[in-house]
Design a protein around this ligand. Structure first.
Ligand SMILES: [Zn+2]
Length: 483
């Protein structure tokens, strides 16, 4: 079963064939750490985590590079103004050294926080995180190259890319240069030859962090870092470039223009873009007040349930966030784990396994369906659908009490490996969950011994809310998940 992927560049599903056999090089635009990561970040990085995991599962060696935009207007803004989202051009009073320090502080704080939420979502670290500020020289070399080749020009310390010089501009976003020109807002910036020209190097404003360059002190524009860093670590041509839909234009269009102008080679073979997150069918945005950081969501819902929710819609389509969806995901997750428990319990309770009941082909078909779904443009949503068919199959064979240890074991193995593939490490998560439950049961026992029945009952109720039923037996307390 070959893998087919949707390529934004061609607007088609194509058979996936990396440039080097069995090796995949992939770059995804990363965060600008100036605020807490929100649900949109969760969606993007869970998406590309699945892409990476499935490619590795399929036998590819994956090199996955993600950038950190650690110098940017938003970071500088935040360092000057303690309240977020203040757009301002007011004069900077903080001395340069201090401001640089402040920017670094902000970046560290929010990047650490980003790593924390990604770990909770069980998103694997890329092969390499690369920081913009650690690649200034590479970017300067790139810009020099573009100026030398006549694709870029300098005006008073600023350097711009001249869009009209790159004949294929618009090939990713399918926009025509003429239409873009007439659509562009006429902004009074007499220094640019065309309103579409974009910034490669920005002359330093007083007090801002800056670096030396042939055009004087300044800092790189946003787009150039992705070209300079991706090609440094992945080569001048590589397989996959990913990001959110909103990055197609202008960010990715600009990345293509500057890269292919300099290298004269096709840069990226497959472009993948993930869809937006809507909240109660409205676009998620700070101004609408329906904006959720992952940290806040994790206060209410288990990160694993959030991951299941994010994977429940194909990555290219819009996804709708609501409490109901998250509640459903929690239920779904409990059902998956409960089935794993039930399978194990059945396996353990069979002493003598009877002969096979010929159920292997049925399970095999389900296994194939799962992989087929993933091979269809990483359709994790459809694959999760198959996962629940396996759950139904498992519960059926448990209930039929066939004493067929072999098929029970195979079913458990299938579920386990698919959950693992989708990034649900059930063993680890389950163990910590079980530990918490055991601790609460011990506390309840202690309360009962002290005749503190009020506390004991409260703990029992708390456990019930978590979907755990206690049974007092002669051998002691047993617990089970309320399916
Ligand atoms: Zn980028």
């Amino acid at each position: 079963m070959p893998l087919f992927v949707y390529n934004t560049l061609t607007r088609k599903k194509e058979e996936f064939k990396p440039l080097k056999d069995k090796e995949v090089r992939m770059y995804v635009c990363g965060v600008t750490p100036y605020d807490e990561a929100h649900l949109g970040h969760g969606r993007a990085y869970v998406t590309f985590d699945i892409v990476r995991r499935f490619l590795e599962y399929s036998g590819y060696k994956v090199t996955y590079v993600q950038n950190i935009t650690d110098i940017d207007d938003k970071i500088i803004n935040k360092s000057q103004h303690p309240t977020p989202n203040v757009q301002t051009n007011s004069k900077v009073q903080i001395p340069n050294a201090k401001l640089k320090e402040k920017c670094e502080e902000i970046v560290k704080k929010y990047f650490d926080s980003y790593l924390e939420v990604m770990e909770k979502l069980n998103v694997l670290n890329p092969t390499k995180y690369v920081k913009a500020t650690e690649h200034i020289q590479e970017m300067v070399d790139w810009i020099k190259g573009l100026v030398d080749k006549g694709f870029a020009y300098e005006v008073g310390g600023d350097v711009y890319f001249e869009v009209s010089k790159f004949k294929e501009y618009g090939k990713l976003s399918r926009r025509k240069l003429d239409e873009m020109k007439s659509g562009a807002r006429v902004k009074v910036d007499s220094r640019k030859r065309s309103p579409l020209d974009f910034s490669l190097w920005k002359a330093a404003k007083e007090g801002e962090p800056s670096w030396d360059s042939p055009w004087g002190k300044g800092r790189p524009g946003w787009h150039i870092e992705c070209s300079a860093m991706s090609t440094k670590y992945l080569g001048e041509s590589f397989d996959i470039h990913g990001g959110g839909l909103d990055l197609i234009f202008p960010h990715h269009e600009n990345e293509i223009a500057q890269t292919e102008a300099l290298t004269c080679k096709p840069w990226v073979k497959y472009w993948f873009h993930n869809g937006f997150v809507n909240v109660n069918k409205q676009k998620m945005s700070k101004s609408l007040g329906n904006f959720f950081t992952l940290k806040d969501i994790f206060k209410k819902y288990k990160p694993q349930a959030v991951r299941l929710f994010l994977l429940s819609t194909h990555y290219r389509g819009p996804i709708n966030f609501s409490d109901q969806q998250l509640k459903d995901a929690e239920k779904g997750l409990a059902r998956l784990y409960d089935t794993m428990d039930r399978l194990q319990f059945s396996i353990d309770s069979i002493e003598i396994s009877k002969e096979s009941h010929g159920l292997d082909p049925e399970l095999l078909k389900l296994d194939e369906d799962f992989i087929e779904a993933m091979n269809d443009d990483f359709n994790a949503a459809a694959a999760i659908g198959v996962l629940f068919e396996i759950v139904a199959f498992a519960n059926r064979i448990i209930e039929e009490k066939l004493n067929d240890k072999d098929i029970l074991s195979k079913t458990k193995k299938s579920l386990e490996s698919f959950l693992e593939l989708l990034g649900f490490s059930c063993e680890k998560k389950k163990a910590s969950l079980d530990e918490e439950i055991e601790k609460m049961i011990a506390e309840r026992e202690a309360a009962r011994k002290n005749k503190d029945f009020k506390t004991a009952d409260k703990i029992r109720d708390d456990l019930l809310k978590k979907g755990i039923i206690l049974e007092d037996t002669k051998q002691g307390v047993r617990w089970k998940r309320n399916a």
